[in-house]
Structures are given as C-alpha cells and as structure tokens.
Design a protein around this ligand. Structure first.
Ligand SMILES: Nc1ncnc2c1ncn2[C@@H]1O[C@H](COP(=O)(O)OP(=O)(O)OP(=O)(O)O)[C@@H](O)[C@H]1O
Ligand SMILES: [Mg+2]
Length: 353
C-alpha cells in the first residue's frame, strides 16, 4: 500500500528560500571551476604541448576544486542544519533526564521563521508543557500526602488515648466517633482520587437519552435528610427536558453541586434548582443563599484540593468541583459560577441538547 504523506501548511513559516538564489550560487561555483579549467588547459597547451602533463594538471585541479566545494557545502550544511540539530539533541537529552528548564535558542538573526525555527519553537513549547505537567504532578502528590497525613494523625493519637484503661465511657465513645469520622474522610479521599484518576484517563462517554428533570429530582430526593437537617427551603423549577449524554457522569455533577450548596448554606437558608432550555441548550442553575465566595476563591474552586477559607473547609477534601469540572469537559458542556460573599452562590451548567 502506498501511503501519501501530505504536509499541512504551517502559517508560521515566513522565511522562504527562493529557487533563483540556489541557482545563482551553483552557477557561480560552476563558472569559477570551468574558467579555472579553461585557463589551466590553455596554459598547459601553450607551454608543454604534452597531453600527460595536461591530464596531471587538470586532474590535480579537479581534485583541489572538489575538495574546496566539498568543504564549502559541508560548512554550509553544518551551520544551517547540523549545528541547530546538535542543540536540539542536547536539549532533548536534558529533558529526557528530567531537566525541564532547558530551551533551544533561535538560530536566525532576523525575526523570520523557517522550518527549523518552527521546530525549535514547538520543541520549547513541548518542554514548557512537560514542565507544567511535572509541577502539577508534584503538587498533586504533595496535596494527597498532606490530606492523608491529617486524618491518619487523628486516628493514631485517638487510638493511643483509647489504650488507657482509666478513660471514662463517654470519652471513649467520643474518641471512637472521632476515629470513625477520620477514617470515613480517608475512605472518601481515596475513592475521590481514584474516581478523578479514572475520569482523567477516560475519553469516551456512554451516550443515552434520558429525562434530565427526572434525574435532578432523584438527586434532590436522595439528599432529603440533609435538607431537613438544616431546615433548608427548597425551590425546584424544572422544565421537562431530555438529554443525550452520560447519565452516571452527570449524577456526579448534581450530587457535588447540591452537597456544596447544602454544606455552605446556614440553617433556614434557601436552595433553588432550575432547569430551562435556552438557545438549544439545557441550562441548570443551582443557587444557594449561603456564605458565598470571594473573587479569589471563585477563580480556584475547580482546582484539585482547593478549599476556600470557610468554616466548612474541614469537611471534604476539595476534590468535588475538580471532579465536576472533568465531567463537564468530558460531556463537552459548560460550567460557570457567580458568587457574592455573604449573599450566596449560583452554579450554572449548560448541556448541548
Ligand atoms: N455553594 C458554595 N458556596 C460557597 N463556597 C463554595 C460553594 N461551592 C464550593 N465552594 C468553595 O469551593 C471550594 C471547593 O469546593 P469542592 O466541592 O471542590 O470541595 P469541598 O466541598 O470543600 O470538598 P469535597 O467536595 O471534596 O467534599 C470549597 O471548599 C468552598 O470554599
Ligand atoms: Mg464539595
């Protein structure tokens, strides 16, 4: 089978090598060689009239000129290709060794770009991306270690305290409750990390057509106890809408947004859930009258392990909205947040119909 390789046009390349320049260089070299040969040939002819001497002189001349031309082309190809490629090769070796600070310098004095310059630009961009991924990975591991250390330390110190025989019964019960809470937090952390990891590597979503309003109603019902615990008023206004997307993934979104709304709203507050069709999209708004967020917090809520400075930051691990954001990416939807400190927060999700 013959594979045709079609090079896509790269608009960044603006330094063209005109054909006439190459022709002019080759023509000049050939002219010098031929003129030299004619001059030597004529001189030999007039002095010796000896064909063997002519062959010897011309042979030496051809060898000498061949050497000169080879050296010139070798030098040209060295400066134009070999030298920059050596630079890229050395940089690539350093990157392979884990050094993401290396960059290859531009080879041209003017601001124009040829194929090599574009290759250098792409190489530098690739190293920059790798450095970002490496930093994220490092931060992620540091965050996990920190999040695991805190509940583990609690479990350890309370378990030690429980070993004392003279501890009153009520205190013992308190300590056991604390250990159970900490272990529950650990279990949630591990399952959230595993879920996030799975979602990060997932590319395909399971498409099915189902009633979105029904799904929202079920999620709200499942959290009924938590709404009642805080005596929260619930306003539900759902248009009947069918969507074609991954129902299991979307359930993660609703559960996280609703639990956040409950968690960050003071008792007797109000939470409203609205679903409408706007410009070919299902738009879901989950609004609460809770503590709200500063602009700084709103900017970071979708980052992994990020928790705003609220009295509830001890609850949870800051992974809920990171999961939500990944799901929204996967189903090619949109999510936005509007919030005001002390007034409340509205999360808006839109899904293509
Ligand atoms: N409805 C909301 N009102 C006020 N702040 C919110 C709201 N939703 C999220 N936040 C802020 O965003 C942060 C990140 O939310 P996220 O859901 O990712 O983590 P979490 O709820 O703290 O923990 P987890 O979801 O892992 O249990 C929260 O800690 C909080 O500061
Ligand atoms: Mg949450």
């Amino acid at each position: 089978m013959k594979i045709k390789y079609k090079e896509p046009k790269d608009n960044r390349i603006n330094a063209k090598r005109p054909f006439w320049k190459e022709f002019l260089i080759i023509w000049s070299v050939m002219l010098i060689c031929c003129s030299g040969a004619v001059l030597i040939f004529n001189k030999q002819l007039s002095i010796h009239d000896n064909p063997w001497m002519m062959v010897l002189a011309n042979g030496s001349y051809v060898i000498f000129m061949g050497l000169v031309v080879s050296l010139i082309t070798r030098w040209l190809s060295y400066t134009a290709f070999t030298r920059p490629i050596i630079g890229i090769r050395q940089a690539a070796r350093k990157v392979a060794g884990g050094d993401f600070t290396v960059r290859v310098l531009s080879q041209r004095k003017d601001d124009k770009k040829d194929e090599l310059e574009v290759l250098i630009e792409d190489f530098n961009k690739m190293v920059e991306e790798l450095a970002t991924i490496e930093t994220l990975k490092g931060d992620f591991i540091a965050n996990i270690s920190h999040e695991i250390k805190t509940p583990l330390a609690i479990i350890q110190s309370y378990a030690f305290a429980l070993r004392k025989d003279e501890l009153p019964k009520e205190k013992k019960q308190d300590y056991i409750e604390t250990i159970l809470e900490a272990s529950q937090k650990l279990a949630t952390l591990v399952s959230d990390i595993l879920r996030l990891n799975k979602l990060e590597s997932q590319e395909i979503v399971k498409m099915e057509t189902y009633s979105l309003d029904e799904q929202l109603r079920c999620c709200i019902l499942a959290l009924d106890d938590r709404f009642n615990e805080k005596n929260l008023e619930l306003v539900v206004d759902l248009e009947e809408v069918n969507v074609t997307t991954d129902a299991n993934l979307l359930e993660i979104v609703w559960n996280n947004l609703l639990t956040n709304a409950i968690k960050f709203t003071e008792p007797n507050g109000t939470i409203s859930v609205k679903l409408k069709v706007l410009q070919g999209k299902a738009v879901i708004k989950i609004k609460d009258t809770g503590c709200g967020m500063s602009n700084e917090t709103s900017r970071h809520v979708f980052d992994r392990f990020y928790q705003g400075d609220t009295s509830h930051s001890a609850e949870g691990n800051g992974l809920g909205l990171a999961l939500v954001s990944r799901v929204i990416d996967l189903i090619e939807g949109d999510i936005g947040v509007e919030s005001e400190v002390g007034k409340g927060t509205t999360f808006s999700v839109s899904i293509k119909l």
